[in-house]
Each structure stands twice: as structure tokens, then as C-alpha cells.
Design a protein around this ligand. Structure first.
Ligand SMILES: NC(=O)c1ccc[n+]([C@@H]2O[C@H](COP(=O)([O-])OP(=O)(O)OC[C@H]3O[C@@H](n4cnc5c(N)ncnc54)[C@H](O)[C@@H]3O)[C@@H](O)[C@H]2O)c1
Length: 337
């Protein structure tokens, strides 16, 4: 068994506390530092990690030569500065999504990690979800046939942000998930969004992705909605799947529905026959995706493996977001990627 990795978590707010809890609990890690600029956030983090050193200054953490890797869960505007400091100090980095607020900053982070030979992984949480792993296998095995189109909704009421709009806050999950299961990058993007609560921060965004084989994806993102939905529907030529992450136990439903083409037909009406078959609900073991993400990061660091969500993928997601932002400024005009 390999030795445990000495970790630091920078940013111990709403989401960062979950990193503190996980890295404190995992035997593959030793949490040396919890860091947050806000002393009250640090105090709350300390309750889950009583043995960790505390700091309000991330440079103090970077100066500790014993720290091998840093997880960053601060506000997106700070990801670049903190990640660059960590990489320059020779530490592996796990950075929350979106990895940076611009393509230029994301490119610098990827280039520095490559130059230093360090792991740079992005917290694209959905890729570590057991239901997504199942869905990925279904798509890869061809069980769904050719994927025609997908649509996702990530909506709820609340947690309004002023430093990120609904696009930057939510879309990284769906863009990374859809690209991952299709195993390809979008080639075009268009988006329309509106800030109803605050004109300069879009609360509601309708995002469209195009792929080179005519596959289409539509993603609805909002924190101003009466429902909490975390749903992705995948429509293939053989089967259709719904991934509903708000369902406690039935996360995936596989519908044996579609249209078959009989080998011989006489009229156009008989050209396609409707298939309305079984609905299968596979058993998916309940596991916390963030724990799987943290374990994967530690494994990549200790075994020098390329992560499932490397910095390069984070950069591609930021490229989509930046293009979508430009499209929103032009009220939905398509952008080529
Ligand atoms: N993967 C997910 O499902 C998920 C969920 C929520 C948030 N996130 C991401 O996590 C990140 C943080 O989001 P959050 O909701 O926890 O925000 P938050 O505002 O609750 O927490 C951010 C924390 O970072 C601290 N911070 C900011 N600048 C700092 C600096 N220079 N040094 C040290 N600490 C600093 C703040 O004091 C705050 O406590 C964002 O990138 C967000 O998109 C991911």
C-alpha cells in the first residue's frame, strides 16, 4: 500500500468543508492544513478536522514543504492565483469547477502543471458519480445505439451568487458530464440568459451544444425555479435513459423505447414500427461522489496517473463557458468552438 498524501484544503466555505471532511477521513490522505481567509469559516472547518493546522493565508500553506497536494474550493476569481502558487511551490492541485474565470487563466494553469510534471485535476464531480459511471458504460457498449440528443436541467430555488452567474456556477457539471459520456467535445455553442434578480448576473440560462455528428444537447440552468431538478435524458436509436440525481434510490431508468425499421415494408406507415418495451432500473450502489473524486485524486498523485478530469478537460469546459458567455451577449448567436 502506498503512503498517505499530505493534503491542504484552501477554501473551507459551503463546498470546501466537504473536502476537509473527506480528506480528514480518508486513510490515503493526511490533512495538514485547512485554510480560509474568513476566520469563522475556518472555525467551522476545524470541527471536522481537529488535527489540521489552520491558516487565513494560503501563502503560509504553500510555504510548508511537507504539503504534497492542495485542494482549492475558493471563489472562482481566486482559483488561478492560488493554483499557480501551489504549482509553483511543487504541489499537486485539485481545483474546483469552473477551474478559472477565463480561457487565458486556465491555459496558464494547464501549462504550468505540464511544465512542472504535477497533477492538475478539476472537480468535475459528476464524473465520479456511480450512476454516471453506469451510464457511461451503457453508452460506450452501444446498448443505447447512436445517441441522437440529450437534455439536462439543473434548476432549483436559491443559493444566489454574485461572483458567478448560473452558467458558470452550474454548467460545468453538465458540460463535463455530456462531453464525458459522448467522448467528444462540442463544436458549437449558443446560449440565452437573463438576470431577473440582478441585471448583471444571469439567474436563468438556456444553453445549447452542437457536436460534429449532429448530436444535440440542451441544458437549462437556473437558481430561480420552483423545482429542484438534476436530470439528464439521453435519447439513443436503441434505448433512452433518464438520470435523475434527486431520486434517492432510482437514479437511472433505462427505457427500451424507440422506433425499429423492419427489414421489409410496403407502406411508409410500416417503415418505422414503434417499440414500447420494458423500463429497467439498475441497482446503483449509494456512494458519495466527492469521496470517489478525492480518492481518485490521491491515487493519481501517488501512482502518477492521468485523472479522469484533468486540467485539460477543465480548460475545455471553460472554453465552452467563455463562448456561451459571448453568445449570451449576442442574445443566442451561435459560437464555433
Ligand atoms: N462540485 C460541486 O458540486 C460544487 C458545489 C458548490 C460549489 N462548488 C464550487 O466550489 C467553489 C466554492 O464555492 P462555495 O459554494 O463553497 O463558496 P463559498 O463562498 O461558500 O466559499 C468560498 C470560501 O473561499 C474563501 N476564500 C475566498 N478567497 C480566498 C483566499 N484568497 N484564500 C483563502 N480563502 C478564500 C471564502 O472565505 C469562503 O469561505 C466554487 O468554485 C464553486 O463553483 C462546487
Amino acid at each position: 500500500m502506498s503512503e498517505s498524501i499530505n493534503m491542504a484544503v484552501v477554501g473551507a466555505g459551503y463546498w470546501g468543508r466537504n473536502y476537509v471532511r473527506n480528506f480528514e477521513a480518508l486513510p490515503e490522505a493526511r490533512l495538514r492544513w485547512a485554510c480560509d481567509a474568513d476566520a469563522a469559516a475556518l472555525e467551522r472547518a476545524q470541527r471536522c478536522a481537529p488535527g489540521a493546522q489552520l491558516s487565513t493565508d494560503y501563502l503560509e500553506v504553500m510555504a510548508d514543504e511537507g504539503v504534497q497536494a492542495v485542494a482549492i474550493a475558493t471563489n472562482v476569481s481566486t482559483h488561478h492565483a492560488i493554483a499557480m502558487a501551489a504549482l509553483n511551490a511543487g504541489k499537486h492541485v485539485l481545483v474546483e469547477k469552473p477551474m478559472a474565470p477565463s480561457v487565458a487563466e486556465a491555459e496558464e494553469m494547464v501549462a504550468l502543471a505540464q511544465r512542472k510534471g504535477l497533477t492538475l485535476m478539476v472537480g468535475h464531480l459528476m464524473l465520479y458519480h456511480p450512476a454516471v459511471e453506469h451510464l457511461e458504460e451503457l453508452v460506450a457498449s452501444g446498448a443505447l445505439g447512436r445517441i441522437y440528443y440529450l437534455y439536462a436541467s439543473r434548476v432549483n430555488l436559491g443559493r444566489i451568487r454574485d461572483d458567478e452567474n448560473a452558467l458558470w456556477s452550474f454548467a460545468p457539471h453538465d458540460v463535463s458530464l455530456i462531453s464525458h459520456i459522448l467522448r467528444k467535445k462540442p463544436v458549437s455553442v449558443s446560449a440565452r440568459g437573463r438576470g431577473y434578480l440582478r441585471p448583471d448576473v444571469a439567474d436563468v440560462v438556456f444553453l445549447n451544444l452542437g457536436f460534429d455528428d449532429d448530436t444535440m444537447a440542451q441544458i437549462q440552468l437556473s437558481w430561480l425555479d420552483p423545482h429542484k431538478e438534476r436530470r439528464l435524458t439521453v435519447v439513443g436509436s436503441k434505448k433512452m435513459v433518464v438520470f435523475d440525481d434527486t431520486h434517492v434510490s432510482e437514479k437511472l431508468r433505462i427505457y427500451d423505447k424507440g422506433f425499429d425499421q423492419p427489414p421489409e415494408y410496403e407502406t411508409y406507415g410500416a417503415y418505422l414500427s414503434l417499440r414500447d418495451g420494458d423500463i429497467n432500473i439498475p441497482h446503483i450502489p449509494l456512494k458519495e461522489p466527492l469521496t470517489a473524486e478525492c480518492r481518485h485524486f490521491l491515487r493519481c498523485v501517488s501512482h502518477h496517473e492521468v485523472p479522469r478530469s484533468p486540467g485539460e478537460q477543465g480548460l475545455e469546459v471553460v472554453r465552452v463557458l467563455e463562448a456561451a458567455e459571448e453568445s449570451m451577449r449576442n442574445d443566442g448567436a451561435p459560437e464555433r468552438l
